[in-house]
Design a protein around this ligand. Structure first.
Ligand code: KIV
Ligand code: NA
Length: 264
């Protein structure tokens, strides 16, 4: 198998082929999604609230995300592994961003990094790209800025569309090879995708983007409860695990496991 690289993604866009991305945070999900043909595996800072039990993505640290990234990089044979830069690990300066990104490349084996922000992050993006690190930008709703943006809200409605478009142009100009657009009206995301040369990956941004990404615990039903409008439910992994765990508890309590076939 040939590793997915930035030029493959560019060629996919030129051919009109959709790009697929899913989050992954450990060995078996990375292996499974890679086997399924997912092009890009994102070790998201969403691990904060999907793996580490925090309420938001803000608390996760670089030291916490690096081992998860290494697990995914060790396990994906074909997919490009994207490391998300945690809140506070790149916003202070291009130098801070570069040093953080280098850690994900050297210590974890990531193939590129993702960071949140548009025009204001252009100097950071340029610094990383000049230092040999491919960058995925992330615009529209950016969860690390949830307290600035006033909660989970669609970005780019009405006149605000100009801001999202300007951010998209700015990150392309700065050297990003792809851009995630989160919670942006579908027509705005489509317009941006047609204008840009780089690959656009949507989450809650309609189906006119060049690719899609979802958090796997949401899409495959490991997480239960209220789900965003943009999530499609593909499986009920929670139900499968719950039922298996209940069967195990009942077997042990009833002394039906282990049976003779499990006994030396
Ligand atoms: O951390 C994450 O999972 C993300 C995706 C939702 C794009 O940034
Ligand atoms: Na993220």
């Amino acid at each position: 198998v040939k590793r997915v690289r930035t030029h493959h993604l560019r060629e996919m866009k030129q051919r009109g082929e959709k790009v697929t991305m899913l989050t992954a945070y450990d060995m078996y999900t990375a292996q499974t999604f890679d086997e399924a043909g997912v092009d890009m595996l994102l070790v998201g800072d969403s691990a904060s609230n999907n793996v580490l039990g925090n309420e938001t993505s803000l608390p996760i640290t670089v030291d916490e995300l690096i081992p998860l990234t290494r697990a995914v990089a060790n396990s994906a044979r074909r997919a490009m592994v994207v490391a998300d830069l945690p809140f506070g690990s790149y916003q202070a300066s291009p130098e801070q961003g570069y040093l953080t990104a280098v850690r994900f490349m050297k210590e974890a084996g990531a193939h590129c990094v993702k960071l949140e922000g548009g025009a204001e992050m252009a100097p950071v993006i340029t610094k990383l790209v000049q230092g040999g690190i491919p960058v995925v930008a992330h615009i529209g709703f950016t969860p690390q800025s949830e307290h600035t943006l006033g909660g989970y809200r669609v970005q780019g409605r009405g006149e605000a569309a100009d801001r999202v478009k300007a951010d998209a142009r700015a990150v392309q100009e700065a050297g990003a090879f792809a851009v995630v657009m989160e919670m942006v009206p579908g027509d705005v995301a489509g317009e941006i995708s047609r204008e840009l040369d780089i690959v656009t990956i949507g989450i809650g941004a309609g189906n006119q983007t060049d690719g899609q990404v979802l958090v796997w615990q949401d899409a495959f039903g490991l997480r239960t409860g209220r789900m965003a409008k943009f999530v499609k439910q593909y499986a009920d992994v929670h139900g499968v695990l719950l039922s298996a765990a209940k069967d195990y508890v009942a077997d042990v309590q009833g002394s039906t496991f282990p049976g003779p076939e499990h006994t030396f």
